[in-house]
Each structure stands twice: as structure tokens, then as C-alpha cells.
Ligand binder design. Structure first.
Ligand code: T1G
Length: 681
């Protein structure tokens, strides 16, 4: 009898092995032990002619148990189990439903046949954990589907559908989900006596690659963006190359060596931290299953500008009707046209079907009348970022919308409690801070006011998941989590330039750290004249001085950088002269500032602010801050976010650096640094 969570039963001469290891049938030690026993049981039993391997619950094995990484290894290890499966003298048929991912797909690859339920997904996402498939996936998958398909799945990390898997030869049959077990058993019965097809023995797809050595260069040309300067994607390519260049057994050894190297590296530790951080962000103290989210069937949005239109698309694309309100017809028409244009672009790029785009647009109800929001379950305002404007609007909405409707502000830093106080329903008011472009950026800061009811918070969290957002809860404060930490970085960047660093040096240090761009590149992109008024400008800041000199950023071809027709920027001598004149007027002594100091001055104050955000309870936990910064501001995933990165370099190092900068160290940071502690466990 196999060990639970693995059970076996006989269906005639077929042994059916079932795994029941909620929530995702992760291949933890108990599962591996049970599977090993069950497969060996089947091999030894003369009455067993074939085996079916299946899972119950929401999915087929969704991979190795990530919580085991970094712990002492517990045998049997997955590669060992996978070899026993493929080496079975009896045919083993994998019955796949849900998401066969990572080690789960590697188990299926070692089986002799694979039957998938329609709707199932199959993938090797290890690269997203800073790893590579470490149980034979990099050696078996290319032998089944060819090098190009294998590289796309392994380096990209995205799953393929059951239908696609069938097309590329990854699965043998796709059946209706309800018929999966029976179909797998019938299939097993049909192939009894057939020669055992082992992926490791398939040579024809490898031979193709041997005859076409440019296949790897073509992949790199087409998918270079997937590499992101991270170690795992390169290692994935090296492992697949080993499948082409080495005998199978040697390729496995190469895969194992590359896997172990990645597993021990900081990048994978950071990406595994992020995996759990993203899931932890959805857990809110005091919000358990007993708090039932409200039904949201219709959403109202006030403001059809860039943000309002982008926000509307999230709901329209999720099949939720939207009433979009503007004050003037021209603005409303522009908003609707922008939404339509975005959907048309999605269709042209293949991201969306014509029908889906049409269905989304059909759910949009543009209007000039606030009264049309009366039937909305949730209203989100995306109007001018001014507290008086918002409080007046919320007072009016409070009179219009039905009892129980939720009112949300898209404000990026204003006080949610002050906005809530303008209504008679403060318990139904919160912030939903979308990031621009709102229809693309996955981060959503859910800002709870002092009075926000648990049900309202639960509704916002459930809705975030429904529209594909990664929600992080913040309490109200100036800038919530992300912008509050961006502020000290911007201030430090400006101060560094006043002291002698060049804007392009500051940007270079951050892009070398793998941010997509630095603060001055961002400023040029957003527009230096954002909020600038020529009538009142005093040349009191660097930004004002630049605007007064007619340098508005990318929009007019010159900011801190000079831009060519393709908006490629080069450091601007004129900008340098404006900075020199500005500094001379202030009498600041200029000096050379090295890269190490630039990085410390930019990032340590952010970590310090993050510590304050945690100790004030604005964020529930330090890892939530990492989720905000990875998804909202492009913090490079290979260092896990500002708080994990600080842990990695040592909080004592950060505290000492802040002392050198004359910055007051946050009490939480000081305490953890003294104790040798970490923000992120
Ligand atoms: N190990 C441990 N726990 C896992 C897990 C895993 N592989 N996958 C999910 N969980 C937990 C998760 O933390 C959460 O816990 C709960 O399950 C529900 O997850 C050798 C080395 C399968 C698509 O990368 O992509 O195999 O918060 O909230 O949205 O080559 O989970 O409830 O306490 O995400 O429905 C490769 C990772 C591993 C797949 C389901 N596999 N998982 O999504 O639920 S490395 C993966 C997912 C590997 C081998 C290599 C998703 C999901 P809690 P969830 P979901």
C-alpha cells in the first residue's frame, strides 16, 4: 500500500495512482515517497499491465515544493523519482488537469504517455524562480517538442494550453475534463504490449537541432528581452544546448550542475522570496473566509482621462459593465475613443480577439450624468488630484449611489480619511490606486481608511484578483507605500546633481542596477513641466530652471537629455550648462561623486522609509513593500525588492550608510541592524 497522500487502486490490470496533496499537489517529500512506492509496486506486480498517474483537487502536480528549497534534501529527490518513472517496465500514463508545472510537468515527461484535460496548462516556470527545470525537463522537453518550442517554454516560463501541447507533441490526447480519468485508463489499456516510448530515447528532434546550430542564435535574436540580464535564462539556454550536444545522461548531469548553481545564488533566493511575497500580500489580518466580499456587477468611473479610461478597461476586459462619466461631451468622446483605440491595438497585436474587444466595448456606458451611477456597486473617481475637488465629488456621489455601494478614490497620495469624511458612508470608502498605464500595470494599492469596513476591503481584494491586479493593502499616508518611498529617492537624485553628479551618471547607476530607467530619464519621459506654471515659476528648482529654458523633456525633444526623432536620448550640454548656472547661483560646492555613493544615496533612504512604513503599520509587512516596488516601479526581480535587497546586503551595512549620509535611521531598521535581523524573515 502506497503512503498517503498517495493512494493506489486497481482497475483490472491497470494500477491507478492518485495524489491528493492540497492545495496544488506540490511534489513534497511525502508525495515523492508515496509515488516512488506506488510506481515500484506497479512494476513489481505481475498482474499490473499499465499504470495511470493522476491527481485530485484543483491541479496535477504544480511543481516541486518550493518551501523545501534551502532545506536539507529529503530523499527520494525528484530527479531520482523521475528516472524510476521513465524506467518503469510497465507503461505509465499521466492524466493531466489544471496546471502541470515545473517538476509536475517533468514527472509527466517521464511518463510514457500524457493525456490532458481540455483547459489544462503545461509549463516549466522555474525560470521565474531564478531556477531551471531540475528534474530532466531541459533534456526531455526538447526531445519531444524540438529545441525552439522547448526554449520558448523554458526560458519564457509561460505555460501552453492542452491544445497547443497536443499540436507540438507534448501530449498524446486532449479529452473533456470530466472524462479524464476514464480516458486515461482506457488509453493505458489500449497501449498494453506496445513498445515503451521514453522521451530520453527520442533522437529525431535533437538531430534536427544538430543540423541547425543557428537555432540558438535565432532564439536569442527573437527573445532577447526574456534574458533581462538574469542568470537563470542564460542557464536555461545552456541546459537545452547540453541536450543537443551531449548524450542524455551527460545532459542530465549538466542540468543538475546548473540547477544547483542557481539554487545557491542570490537571484533565485530573491525570486523565490518574491513568489511567496506576492501571495502573502493577499493575506490581511482579521480578514478570513468569514468576511464575505460584496458582489460587484456594475462599476462607475468618474473621469474619462488617461487614468479613468485605463481603469475602465480593467473592468470591461473582465466582463464587468462600466458607466463612464465626464463633465463635457468632448472629453467623454476622447475617453471612449482612447479605450476603443487601446482595444484595437490589442487586437492588432494578437493580445485579444476581435470578439473579445467588441464584447468589452459593448459593456461601456458613457454619460455626462453623475446620476447614471445610481446603480453602480462601486464607483471609482479619477478626477483632478485636488482634495477639495475630490471631497466635493464624494459628497455628491454619496447622495447619488445606492446604499451599500462602495466609493473609491484613485488618488496617488491624498488622505483617504479626509475624503471619506465628506460622505455619510466612511465605512464604504477606500483608495484604489492604479498605476499608469492602468490597463497594463498589474499593481494596485488598496488604501484602507480608518473607517473602511472589512467587507469593503475584502471586496476590493477579491475584485483585484478578478481583474488580474496584484493588490497590496496600505493605510493612508502621504504617498501610501510606493510614492512615499519614491520621494526620498527623487530628493537624493536632485541633491546628488547639485553636489556634482551628472544626471546621466545617476541614471546609469540605477539602470546598471537593472531598473528600466533612472530618475532623470523618468522625469524627461513624464514631462518636466508636469505641474509647472510659467506665470509663477521662480527658477527655484532645477526642474523650474529647465522648464524656463524651454526644456520640457521628451515631449519637446529636450530635457536632461537631447532626443532624436526616435526619442533616443543623449546627455545634453545645454542641460549641463543650466545645471552649472543653477548650482553657481546657489553656491553649492561641486565634487566628483562615485557610483557606489550614488547607489547608496538613492536606495538606502528608500529602505529607511520602507522601515518607517512597516513600523507605522502603513504596510502590513516588509515583503508587501517588495511587491509594490517590483510591480509598480520596476525594481529588478533579481534582487527581490528593496527590503529583501537590504536584507541581502545586511541591515547593518544600510544603517551605517545612512549614518554616513547624516540620515536619521528608522527605529525598526536600527533595531534589526543591531540584532542581525532581517525585514523579510
Ligand atoms: N510549492 C509550494 N507551495 C506552492 C507551490 C509550490 N510549487 N505552488 C503554489 N503553492 C502554494 C502557494 O504559496 C499558496 O499557498 C497556495 O499554494 C495556492 O497558490 C525540480 C525546481 C499552481 C498556478 O513555479 O504558479 O518544480 O498562500 O495562491 O493562484 O524542476 O500556485 O495558500 O499558503 O498561487 O490558484 C515550479 C508555482 C516549482 C508553480 C496556482 N512550479 N505555483 O495558482 O494559487 S520549482 C511553480 C503557481 C520546480 C523542478 C523545479 C500557482 C498555481 P498559500 P496560489 P493559484
Amino acid at each position: 500500500m502506497a503512503t498517503a497522500p498517495i493512494t493506489t487502486r486497481r482497475d483490472g490490470d491497470i494500477l491507478v495512482i492518485t495524489s491528493n496533496n492540497p492545495p496544488v499537489n506540490a511534489l513534497g517529500a511525502a508525495v515523492r515517497t508515496g509515488l516512488m512506492a506506488a510506481v515500484l509496486e506497479g512494476a513489481a506486480d505481475a498482474d499490473v499491465r499499465a499504470v495511470v498517474l493522476r491527481c485530485v483537487g484543483r491541479t496535477f502536480f504544480a511543481g516541486a515544493d518550493i518551501t523545501e528549497f534551502g532545506q536539507p534534501p529529503v530523499f527520494p529527490l525528484l530527479p531520482e523519482l523521475v528516472e524510476v518513472i521513465e524506467g518503469s517496465p510497465k507503461p505509465i500514463v499521466a492524466a493531466i488537469h489544471g496546471t502541470a508545472l515545473g517538476g509536475g510537468l517533468e514527472v509527466a515527461l517521464a511518463c510514457h504517455y500524457r493525456i490532458a484535460a481540455d483547459g489544462a496548462k503545461l509549463g516549466l516556470p522555474e525560470v521565474k524562480l531564478g531556477l531551471l527545470p531540475g528534474a530532466g525537463g531541459t533534456q526531455r522537453l526538447p526531445r519531444l517538442v524540438g529545441v525552439t518550442e522547448a526554449l520558448t517554454m523554458i526560458v519564457g516560463g509561460s505555460p501552453v494550453s492542452a491544445e497547443r501541447a497536443s499540436e507540438i507533441g507534448l501530449v498524446d490526447r486532449v479529452v473533456g475534463a470530466d472524462a479524464l480519468e476514464a480516458a486515461a485508463i482506457a488509453y493505458a489499456r489500449d497501449i498494453i504490449g506496445e513498445p515503451l516510448p521514453r522521451a530520453s530515447e527520442r533522437g529525431e528532434r535533437i538531430a534536427e537541432a544538430v543540423r541547425d546550430p543557428a537555432v540558438f542564435d535565432r532564439f536569442r535574436q527573437a527573445h532577447g528581452r526574456l534574458l533581462k540580464g538574469l542568470r537563470a535564462p542564460e542557464a536555461c539556454i545552456a541546459a537545452v544546448r547540453a541536450a543537443v550536444e551531449l548524450p542524455f545522461a551527460d545532459g542530465l548531469l549538466r542540468e543538475r550542475a546548473l540547477f544547483q548553481e542557481l539554487l545557491a545564488g542570490d537571484e533565485s533566493k530573491a525570486q523565490r522570496h518574491y513568489f511567496f511575497a506576492e501571495r502573502a500580500a493577499g493575506k490581511i489580518a482579521g480578514l478570513d473566509a468569514s468576511v464575505v466580499p460584496q458582489a460587484i456587477e456594475r462599476v462607475g468611473i468618474v473621469g474619462a482621462g488617461t487614468m479613468g479610461g485605463g481603469i475602465a478597461m480593467n473592468f470591461l476586459s473582465a466582463g464587468i459593465p462600466v458607466t463612464l462619466v465626464e463633465r463635457e461631451q468632448a472629453a467623454l468622446d476622447r475617453g471612449v475613443a482612447t479605450i476603443g483605440g487601446n482595444y484595437a491595438r490589442n487586437v492588432r497585436s494578437g493580445r485579444m480577439s476581435e470578439d473579445a474587444a467588441g464584447a468589452a466595448m459593448a459593456l461601456l456606458r458613457p454619460t455626462l450624468a453623475l446620476a447614471d451611477l445610481a446603480d453602480s456597486d462601486l464607483v471609482i473617481e479619477a478626477v483632478f488630484e485636488d482634495l477639495a475637488v475630490k471631497t466635493a465629488l464624494f459628497a455628491e456621489l454619496d447622495r447619488i449611489v445606492k446604499p451599500g455601494a462602495i466609493l473609491a478614490s484613485n488618488t496617488s497620495y491624498l488622505d483617504i480619511d479626509a475624503i471619506a469624511a465628506a460622505t455619510g458612508r466612511p465605512e464604504a470608502v477606500l483608495g484604489l490606486h492604479f498605476f499608469s498605464p492602468a490597463n497594463i500595470m498589474r499593481l494596485l494599492e488598496v488604501v484602507r481608511g480608518a473607517a473602511t469596513a472589512p467587507e469593503v476591503l475584502a471586496t476590493a481584494m477579491a475584485l483585484s484578483k478578478r481583474i488580474g491586479k496584484i493588490a497590496v493593502v496600505a493605510r493612508t499616508c502621504d504617498g501610501f507605500i510606493g510614492n512615499r518611498m519614491l520621494k526620498p529617492r527623487q530628493e537624493a537624485a536632485n541633491q546628488l546633481v547639485l553636489e556634482g553628479a551628472k544626471p546621466w551618471d545617476v541614471d546609469r547607476v540605477l539602470t546598471a542596477f537593472r531598473f528600466p530607467m533612472g530618475p532623470f530619464q523618468m522625469a524627461d519621459l513624464a514631462g518636466l513641466d508636469l505641474g509647472w506654471d510659467a506665470a509663477t515659476s521662480q527658477g527655484a528648482t532645477l526642474r523650474e530652471a529647465m522648464c524656463e529654458a524651454g526644456r520640457r523633456g521628451q515631449k519637446n525633444g529636450r530635457g536632461f537629455y537631447d532626443y532624436d526623432a526616435e526619442r533616443r536620448g543623449t546627455p545634453s550640454p545645454q542641460a549641463e550648462a543650466i545645471i552649472a548656472a543653477f548650482v553657481a547661483k546657489r553656491g553649492t560646492v561641486q565634487r566628483a561623486v562615485d557610483d557606489a555613493e550614488i547607489l547608496e544615496r538613492l536606495l538606502y533612504p528608500m529602505v529607511n522609509e520602507g522601515a518607517r512604513i512597516v513600523e507605522e503599520g502603513v504596510a502590513q509587512r516588509a515583503s508587501d513593500i517588495d511587491v509594490v516596488w517590483v510591480n509598480g516601479y520596476g525594481w529588478p526581480i533579481g534582487t527581490g525588492g528593496p527590503m529583501f535587497w537590504a536584507d541581502t546586503i545586511g541591515l547593518d551595512t544600510v544603517a551605517a550608510g545612512l549614518e554616513r549620509q547624516g540620515v536619521a535611521v528608522a527605529p525598526l531598521l536600527r533595531r534589526l541592524a543591531a540584532e542581525g535581523g532581517r525585514f523579510t524573515g
